[in-house]
Design a binder for this molecule. Structure first.
Ligand code: AMP
Ligand code: MG
Length: 313
């Protein structure tokens, strides 16, 4: 049995950036290496608060932290929601409905039965869950917000900057990038899309202003068992890792929480259904990478450095 797990970081390019140097910080929070670049008089002050802020968000939203919102809800207890948290829960529910359940925040027991929480597949005696165990886990819904929390955290962090003297910023949270403001020379932010096969960046996205660029990929968290790869994005209809012919989906959207939910949902949907979903929406662009290495981008995505097919309306 070969076991493997990996979390790759999306590559972030700052070519041609502002004339002044940013304050750059790296922290480990939410199981992820996070890197921030902030420009402005308050950059130092805000950067020093970020690690704690992300820890607080993790403490509230992670299924793996005792006393968190999902733990309380799953135990039938009152999580003591703030107005902000209540609004986030409502938005998560709306995204579940909007995606027809492809983004499904009720997969805690399915994630657990596969051993994704404690990386049980690293144990010598790990066995794959049986079909019965998977069906039982699916039939017993419990909250897991892992599909949206980093996107939400990035958007929340960017929003906090409005109260400070910070001109612009880039926040890299694992596979999620959040930009804030405009580059000093007015040119777009340039963001490299991670090559699912581990090479350098696959292509470069140009995005304007405050924006989230979020990738879901089968290479971000997975293991191999008897030569078969099992990744962490679950098809809610089957309870098995989504087998949609994609290895990554990148969403470009003004809102981070939406971007994160949609990256997970469109990965589950696959190329055709994902493209159709995009056609019926007007708030995001997407880049799809198929398991055979082809790249497709919706017509509003500004992608360079690779060959790809454009998806039109
Ligand atoms: P992401 O990397 O944003 O695609 O999120 C993947 C994480 O979201 C997993 O590690 C699970 O915690 C959770 N998850 C898995 N499958 C789904 C799904 N279909 N809908 C919502 N969340 C999911
Ligand atoms: Mg997601």
């Amino acid at each position: 049995m070969k076991r493997l797990t990996a979390i790759f970081l999306i590559c972030f390019l700052l070519a041609g950036c502002a004339s002044s140097e940013p304050v750059s910080t790296t922290v480990f929070a939410m199981d992820t290496v996070m890197t921030f670049h902030l420009w402005g008089d308050d950059a130092e002050e805000v950067s020093s608060q970020y690690a704690q802020m992300f820890q607080q968000i993790s403490n509230r939203w992670s299924t793996q932290v005792d006393g968190s919102i999902p733990c309380a809800l799953n135990a039938g207890e009152d999580p003591g929601l703030t107005a902000e948290e209540e609004a986030v829960l409502e938005r998560i529910q709306a995204l579940y409905v909007r995606t027809g359940g492809a983004f499904n925040p009720y997969l805690r027991n399915v994630m657990e039965v596969w051993g994704f929480y404690d990386q049980e597949y690293l144990n010598e005696d790990y066995e794959l869950p049986t079909a019965e165990q998977i069906a039982a886990a699916l039939a017993d819904p419990a909250y897991d917000f892992g599909g949206v929390i980093k996107g939400y955290a990035g958007a929340y962090a960017a929003e906090q900057l409005l109260g400070y003297d910070v001109d612009r910023a880039t926040l890299s949270l694992g596979g999620n990038i959040q930009t804030f403001g405009t580059k000093a020379d007015g040119s777009p932010w340039l963001i490299g899309i991670q090559d699912p096969n581990g090479g350098d960046s696959l292509g470069i996205l140009s995005v304007e202003g405050t924006c989230a660029v979020v990738t879901s990929g089968d290479y971000q968290r997975y293991f191999e068992y008897d030569g078969v790869k099992y990744h962490h994005i679950i098809d809610p209809e089957t309870g098995y890792p989504a087998d949609s012919g994609l290895c990554s989906v990148t969403i470009i959207c003004a809102d981070g929480l939406t971007a994160d939910a949609l990256s997970t949902a469109l990965f589950v949907m696959g190329l055709e259904e994902g493209a159709e979903f995009w056609r019926s929406s007007d708030d995001f662009e997407a880049v799809f990478v198929t398991t055979d290495g082809a790249i497709y981008a919706t017509e509003g995505a500004v992608l360079s450095g690779c060959e790809y097919e454009v998806i039109t309306r």
